[in-house]
Design a protein around this ligand. Structure first.
Ligand SMILES: C[S@@+](CC[C@H](N)C(=O)[O-])C[C@H]1O[C@@H](n2cnc3c(N)ncnc32)[C@H](O)[C@@H]1O
Ligand SMILES: Nc1nc2[nH]cc(C(=O)O)c2c(=O)[nH]1
Ligand code: SF4
Ligand SMILES: [Mg+2]
Length: 215
């Protein structure tokens, strides 16, 4: 079974605790959610079918050991676990970005699974499957994307009530939506509440602008 791929590119990792590292990004087509702020709508439908060996060849051409599988929602495609397992077996460090609505158990735990817990202003927080948090290893990462104060309070409640900061080696990531939430305001809230989290600004947008693609 081939995979439907929107784009594959080599750039600086702009998110997560791997921020700033050279990385090959594989963006898979299709998503089961429609977040109000989604910056990747072009990946909902657009894409071409690639077989596994074609994807592996393309990745290997970049001579970079860090690979991120993103989307769209990568866990919608049946072959995604096999792609990730193949990359791990070849010695790549693999990251997966997933939207928190689908099981992560199918994904090899050598992969760093970055789970985005959707907040109310995304319009999709009712789709969060909190049971997947039980499948996290300490190498995985937890992330919240925030559009307003109410999202921050929602994230804070989940973080504290479920002791999420203790689940993973890296602190949970809080990422403001550009032009919806001023990062300086978010910093003030984090400091006021003494939260053990990491502010994450999307580095690729700072470098290349909000609408740049393939970076
Ligand atoms: C495009 S999604 C793909 C992976 C998966 N569908 C998900 O939502 O985690 C990658 C990450 O970008 C975040 N994202 C999307 N649009 C954003 C925006 N406008 N500002 C900040 N983060 C955004 C998502 O919340 C997610 O954490
Ligand atoms: N440079 C860069 N880093 C990224 N990290 C996660 C991305 C994504 O869209 O999931 C992304 C992206 O689109 N570009
Ligand atoms: S889940 Fe990810 S790709 Fe899907 S709409 Fe939300 S941010 Fe966009
Ligand atoms: Mg992106």
């Amino acid at each position: 079974m081939p995979l439907k791929v929107n784009e594959i590119f080599y750039s600086i990792q702009g998110e997560s605790s791997f921020i700033g590292m050279p990385c090959v990004l594989v963006r898979l087509t299709g998503c089961n959610l429609r977040c109000s702020y989604c910056d990747t709508r072009y990946a909902y439908e657009e894409g071409t079918h690639w077989d596994l060996s074609g994807i592996l060849d393309r990745i290997s051409s970049y001579q970079c050991r860090l690979v991120e599988i993103t989307g769209g929602e990568p866990l919608l495609q049946e072959e995604t676990p096999a792609l990730i397992r193949n990359l791990l077996d070849k010695g790549y460090d693999v990251l997966l970005e997933t939207n928190g609505s689908l099981p992560i158990r199918t994904i090899d735990s050598r992969c760093v699974r970055i789970v985005d817990i959707k907040c109310p202003s995304s319009g999709e927080s009712h789709r969060n499957d909190y049971s997947i948090l039980d499948d996290l290893t300490e190498r995985d990462e937890i992330k919240f994307v925030l559009g307003e104060r109410n999202d921050y309070e929602f994230a804070r409640e989940i973080l504290l009530s479920r002791s999420l900061a203790a689940r993973t080696l890296h602190p949970p990531l809080l990422s403001p939506v550009p032009e919806r939430l001023d990062p300086k305001l978010l910093v003030q809230w984090i400091l006021d509440d003494h939260l053990s989290v990491r502010l994450q600004l999307q580095l690729h947008k700072i470098l290349w602008g909000r609408d740049a693609r393939g970076v």
